[in-house]
Design a protein around this ligand. Structure first.
Ligand SMILES: [Zn+2]
Length: 218
């Protein structure tokens, strides 16, 4: 078990780079709040809220949910008591306007401490995404080849049913990678200029990547 980290980080990388899996693991191990905009949106969709209905049409098409919707949701989340001083943002920001809005929301004692870029070759990303399955009950992430469950289609952690996210279906994957290249990749230069960018070679085993993340986030 790692010790608590006082870090406020963004995990940045293409879809399938392993950000979500590592964010959960680091947050649990080092007592940080895990703020996944994807999970938050999926909860809104499942609950059938107005925000969820609005978000769904974009997600099903592999598109990004509009900036103002996401920004409002994240601002509210980082003001919660469990997220005052230490958190990992997973899946946000994804566009330059989102990054600028985040900088405006965070000042002094709440400013970002790290932005970690998960580097993975594009060919590896497609295999990772298309085989990914998510537990519909507890949100655990599995993979049909790289991290199979003991019983096909059933979560080892809670017995819930596994599902393929609509945006992990083949027709949405190409679109997501294209959106990443055009809208999210420019954030690397933005954060490099602000001297907060660190890079991890994420095309390695999850355990090695995890250990390196803990070192980078000290
Ligand atoms: Zn589960």
């Amino acid at each position: 078990m790692a010790t608590a980290l006082q870090a406020r980080c963004v995990f940045l990388g293409a879809p399938g780079a392993g950000k979500g899996t590592q964010a959960k693991k680091v947050a649990d191990g080092a007592a940080l709040a895990h703020i996944s905009t994807g999970d938050m949106l999926r909860q809104e969709v499942a609950a059938g809220t107005a925000l969820g209905r609005q978000a769904r049409t974009f997600m099903d098409a592999g598109k990004l949910v509009p900036d103002d919707v996401i920004i409002g949701m994240v601002r509210a989340r980082i003001q919660q008591p469990d997220a005052k001083t230490a958190w990992i943002l997973d899946g946000f920001p994804r566009t330059l306007p989102q990054a600028e809005a985040l900088d405006r929301s965070l000042t002094g004692a709440t400013a970002l401490t790290h932005v970690i870029y998960f580097a993975v070759p594009e060919a590896a990303l497609v295999g990772r995404l298309s085989g990914r399955r998510t537990c519909s009950k507890c949100g655990a992430i599995w993979h049909v080849e790289h991290k199979p469950t003991r019983r096909a289609g059933i979560c080892d952690a809670c017995g819930g049913e596994l599902a393929q996210r609509s945006d992990d279906r083949p027709e949405a994957i190409g679109k997501r990678l294209e959106v990443y290249r055009s809208q999210t990749a420019p954030l690397l230069a933005y954060y490099r200029d602000r001297r907060v960018l660190r890079e991890v070679d994420a095309d390695r085993s999850p355990e090695i990547v995890y250990q390196e993340l803990l070192k980078l986030m000290q």
